[in-house]
Design a protein around this ligand. Structure first.
Ligand SMILES: Nc1nc(=O)c2c([nH]1)NC[C@@H]1CN(c3ccc(C(=O)N[C@@H](CCC(=O)O)C(=O)O)cc3)CN21
Ligand SMILES: O=c1ccn([C@H]2C[C@H](O)[C@@H](COP(=O)(O)O)O2)c(=O)[nH]1
Length: 277
């Protein structure tokens, strides 16, 4: 995961200090790109132990179209707790926009089902785009995330907001545009999550693995992660692990937690860090 450490080093060295919504303060760079060849191993950060269980459950939760943290809680995942209402609601976040985007005439669009159909039928298409960015449901900036969720708006606007697939020589690639990126806590999750999603879609579309291209808007290091960043940059990465998907699954919505098996994950110890809310 040299690409990830290069990003971290770049923002540490070139980042400009900038205030942010959470009041924490960040070092920030605008615009950056990483590329991972998914046939060369599963891009899970090795310079700290990452909690893949949370990443898999979060992705399955998006794919189920859910926006209440009940499914996550049931599976012991707490990464969205700070933004949910007491009822566990986050408003119409990723799952809603991916699976049941509401159009102006009451029509409902399943962007994930559509994209898979389109990749199968028309792999050369240049329109294989999924967007979670829906201006109609963006939060009101004068309210807290929980208040927005209670009022039918998104608790947070999507960070990983638009992705596109591309097929060449029977290989599936995916590019993500992430408008805002917490490099220490969020980005290891985002890389692994989109790598998994690409693998799952490749399997159900009978394609080989291409690249995951990760493009950033505001890529930042929070000021209260400085020590953790130093620790991580002093570590040598290990070779990447391998991810095995249950080959019997041929419908994207049939994947279960048990269908994922991570092999040969060698990682440095976990590093704890506070999350900016
Ligand atoms: N400031 C901030 N950073 C984020 O990465 C982030 C948000 N806010 N808000 C919405 C979601 C929630 N995500 C999160 C939230 C917390 C962790 C986190 O605390 N990770 C720890 C513990 C992992 C676990 O409990 O499984 C870690 O060490 O990776 C990661 C991603 C990503 N997003
Ligand atoms: O998947 C995610 C979700 C969120 N983040 C980070 C990026 C920012 O640090 C915060 C969101 O705050 P905004 O003020 O809405 O930008 O969460 C992430 O890195 N990955």
């Amino acid at each position: 995961m040299k690409q990830y450490l290069d990003l971290m080093r770049h923002v540490k060295e070139q980042g400009v200090y900038k205030d942010d919504r959470t009041g924490t303060g960040t070092w920030s760079v605008f615009g950056y790109q990483m590329r991972f060849d998914l046939s060369q191993g599963f891009p899970l950060v090795t310079t700290k132990k990452c909690h893949l269980r949370s990443i898999i459950h979060e992705l399955l939760w998006f794919l189920r179209g859910e926006t209440n943290i009940a499914y996550l809680k049931k599976n012991g995942v707490s990464i969205w707790d700070e933004w949910a209402t007491p009822d566990g609601d986050l408003g119409p976040v990723y799952g809603k926009q991916w699976r049941s985007w509401e159009g102006p005439n009451g029509e409902v669009v399943d962007q994930i089902a559509n994209i898979i159909e389109e990749i199968r039928a028309n792999p050369d298409s240049r329109r294989l785009v999924v967007s979670a960015w829906n201006p109609v449901v963006l939060p009101d900036v004068s309210m807290k995330p929980r208040e927005n969720a209670a009022n039918g708006k998104q608790a947070l606007p999507p960070c990983h907001c638009l992705f596109q697939f591309y097929v060449q020589n029977g290989k599936l690639s995916c590019q993500l545009y992430q408008r805002s990126a917490d490099i220490f806590l969020g980005v290891p999750f985002n890389i692994a999550s989109y790598a998994l999603l690409t693998m799952m879609i490749a399997q159900v579309c009978h394609l080989e693995l291409g690249d995951f291209v990760h493009t950033f808007g505001d890529a930042h290091l929070y000021s209260n992660h400085a020590e953790q960043v130093e620790t991580q940059l002093a570590r040598e990465p290990y070779p990447l692990p391998t991810m095995k998907l249950n080959p019997a699954v041929n419908n994207i919505f049939d994947f279960r937690f048990e269908d994922f098996e991570l092999q040969d994950y060698q990682a440095h110890p976990h590093i704890k860090a506070p999350v900016a809310v």
